[in-house]
Structure formats: C-alpha cells, structure tokens
Design a protein around this ligand. Structure first.
Ligand SMILES: C[S@@+](CC[C@H](N)C(=O)[O-])C[C@H]1O[C@@H](n2cnc3c(N)ncnc32)[C@H](O)[C@@H]1O
Length: 216
C-alpha cells in the first residue's frame, strides 16, 4: 500500500518532468509516478544495495528507470528536472544537497520532506539561495510537511520559518489539526515539569506562538 505521504509527493511531480528519487528505498514514489502517467526518465537512487534491489524488483514492469547506488547524488551523472529527498532527517537532506550542490542547482525544483526540524530546513534554504514555492502537510499516523523548492532568494519572517509561508497562508484543516495536537502535547509537557525548570519558558513561549498563530 502506497502511503498518503508518497501519493502527495507524487502529485507534485508533473508528467512532463524527469526526476531523481534520492533515498528511494522501496521505489514506491517511482511506482506512483508511473501509475499517474509519468513516462519520463526516473533515477532511483539509494546508498544501500538492499533498498535499491527492492526498488528494482518493485519496478521490474516499467521502462526508462535507472537504479544507481550512490551516497546522496554523488554518483548520479544524468541530470533530471526534479530531485526528491523524502523520509530522511534534516541533516541528511542538507548534507546531500551541500555535497552535490551543482546537481541540485541544475534541477528545476527540489521536493524535500524531512521527518523533523522542518523549521531548521526552511532557515537553511533561505540562507543558501533556495526559495520555497509550495508546501503541503499530510497526515499518515504522523504529520508530514513537504516543501517544494527552487533556486532563488526568499526572505522569511520568524513566523514563516516556524510554520511555513504557504502552510501559514492556507491554514488547512490538516495544518490546524496538527497544531491542536501540538498544543495538547506541549501542555502535557508543561504539566509534568517544575515551574523553575529551565525549559519551561521555552515550552510556554511555543504554546503562546501556536495559539496566537491559530487565532490570527
Ligand atoms: C526512511 S527511507 C525513506 C524512503 C523513501 N524516500 C520514502 O520517503 O518513503 C530513507 C532511505 O534513504 C536512504 N538513505 C539514507 N541516507 C542516504 C544517503 N546519504 N544517500 C542516499 N540514500 C540515503 C536509506 O537507505 C533509505 O532507503
């Protein structure tokens, strides 16, 4: 079963674009793109042979797919329109981009879904010549934020870094549900910690910012 998260990422890949899925694991993104009618070149890449073999097996009925064993994009010598980095940590995604900057600069867009530290990712993108052009939030047991990025400048406010410029503009039902769940989580933490705990102020401030953002 292909997850909502993968389906949402696949929707961001138009049928006229080729793409590279870095850290492809099972190859489900390529599978979903083919099901959606994308017949362009797909590069499925992973730094481990096991996942890459799984991807190859899952995609054996489809043509025009290259399977590349590669640390990040280092071994990829064919350029595609789009690069996807999904289901990994912020540091991993950031390092992969930094180590093969030329490859990523030549992509028309990059789709990035990190499992945590999305705010740090936004800040890093802003400071490194990337511009967010769209954002999605999906729920699949957990909440996932997906960023669509291209080369360019952007200036984000602190609030936009924290909540996402496009997610903030839309404030979708899923987005609101996510922050209502965050409020409950932070309240539970505050209840457990001592009034003099050094982190207490940090949590209270987070709570205040989320509540204010939802009210605005
Ligand atoms: C949790 S899976 C995510 C798979 C898929 N992208 C998704 O979103 O469902 C992470 C995959 O990234 C691969 N990976 C981790 N670090 C990597 C790196 N530096 N270069 C290439 N692949 C990497 C792992 O081997 C694993 O298959």
């Amino acid at each position: 079963m292909i997850s909502n998260r993968i389906k949402e990422i696949a929707k961001l890949i138009d049928n006229t674009s080729s793409f590279t899925d870095i850290g492809c694991d099972h190859g489900y993104l390529a599978l979903e793109a083919r099901k959606n009618g994308n017949e362009n070149l797909i590069i499925c890449s992973d730094n481990k042979i096991g996942p890459l073999n799984n991807a190859e097996s899952n995609l054996k009925n489809y043509d025009n797919i290259l399977f590349v064993l590669s640390e990040g994009a280092k071994e990829i010598d064919v350029q595609t329109d789009i690069a996807v980095l999904a289901g990994m940590g912020y540091s991993t995604a950031k390092n992969i981009i930094t180590e093969s900057l030329d490859f990523f600069r030549k992509c028309k867009k990059i789709i990035i879904q990190v499992n945590q530290d999305v705010s740090s990712l936004r800040k890093w993108l802003m400071e490194n010549g990337f511009k967010i052009i769209d954002e999605k939030i999906v729920f699949e047991y957990k909440y996932y934020q997906i960023l669509v990025v291209e080369n360019g400048e952007m200036k984000l406010t602190e609030e936009q870094i924290l909540f996402g410029p496009y997610l903030l503009k839309e404030k979708s039902k899923t987005f609101r549900n996510y922050y209502h769940s965050q409020i409950k989580k932070i309240k539970r933490i505050i209840k457990k910690i001592d009034v003099n705990h050094p982190d207490r102020f940090k949590f209270e401030e987070q709570l205040f910012r989320i509540k204010k953002m939802l009210e605005d």
